[in-house]
Design a protein around this ligand. Structure first.
Ligand code: ADP
Ligand code: MG
Ligand code: MG
Length: 251
């Protein structure tokens, strides 16, 4: 599904190298988690994959189903099936949440050569998916994320993901700022989307999210590289001992 090879990335504005050769291969239908100390480059990886500006790829590649992502516009990446749930969801004053979602869904359908959803069909789908995430009608009418609590923003990211039905979902610290109940809701939302044709890259600081969203593989990222890969037990090891031993072992 997603194949990242030898990815090197630096900042556009300064000569700071952030990703120093990331290799990652994600098969269809699998869930991969990335953990790692703050500042190791996890968010940068998700930004570069989704096409955010400000970064320069100096080497390497990232393909989605064999197609090079790194040369595509962000919209084309989304149309190809990539989705990023942000660590810090952006507020968009003046744009209603429902309007935003309908525009996004229909733009994506158009890019895929599918017909637009009728207003009625869209309403039916969004009501159902919002309900599962305990997002009420009033939240759907408000401007995107404006005045939403931390937890509401994160649930709204998952609603976007559920509506867009991407093939490759990247979740950047979706658990941060969530209380236990909200984390359960979000995890259920993610688990409901798991399936043979869809893969996940879950970035998290905490093992507890991975109790709910069970990963097939856990990777540890430090200083711009993936330094260790294992199964779910690796997350437990981190929870117990921190990153220091794993980082020391890799040097
Ligand atoms: P993580 O998500 O693992 O905490 P980030 O990808 O956010 O790490 O950051 C990796 C490193 O790159 C950090 O040292 C961070 O300060 C730096 N960095 C990332 N983006 C920028 C930017 N736009 N300007 C300056 N420094 C940045
Ligand atoms: Mg961080
Ligand atoms: Mg981050």
């Amino acid at each position: 599904m997603l194949e990242i090879k030898n990815l090197h990335v630096k900042l556009e504005e300064e000569d700071k190298v952030i990703l120093k050769g990331v290799d990652l291969s994600i098969a269809p239908g699998t869930v991969h988690a990335i953990m790692g100390p703050n500042g190791s480059g996890k968010s940068t990886l998700s930004y570069v994959l989704s096409g955010k500006g400000g970064y320069v790829v100096t080497d390497g590649s990232a393909t989605l189903e064999g197609v090079e992502l790194l040369e595509m516009e962000p919209e084309a990446r989304a149309a190809a099936g990539l989705f990023l749930a942000f660590q810090y969801p952006v507020e968009i004053p003046g744009v209603g949440n429902m309007t935003f979602l309908r525009t996004a869904v229909n733009a994506q359908r158009k890019a895929r050569g599918e017909e637009e959803l009728s207003a009625g069909a869209f309403l039916k789908v969004i009501r159902e998916k919002a309900k599962a995430l305990q997002i009420d009608a009033e939240m759907l009418k408000r401007p995107v994320n404006v005045g939403f609590s931390g937890g509401e923003k994160k649930r709204n990211e998952i609603l976007q993901m559920a509506m867009l039905e991407p093939k490759m979902c990247i979740l950047d610290e979706t658990d941060s700022g969530l209380d236990v109940d909200a984390m359960k809701l979000v995890s259920e939302g993610v688990n409901a989307l798991r399936g043979a044709g869809r893969s996940f890259l879950v970035i998290t600081h905490y093992q507890r999210l991975l109790d709910h969203i069970k990963p097939d593989f856990v990777h540890i990222m430090a200083d711009g590289r993936i330094i260790k890969t294992g199964g779910p037990e690796l997350a437990l090891e981190v929870e117990e001992n921190g990153y220091a031993d794993i980082v020391a072992e890799a040097v």
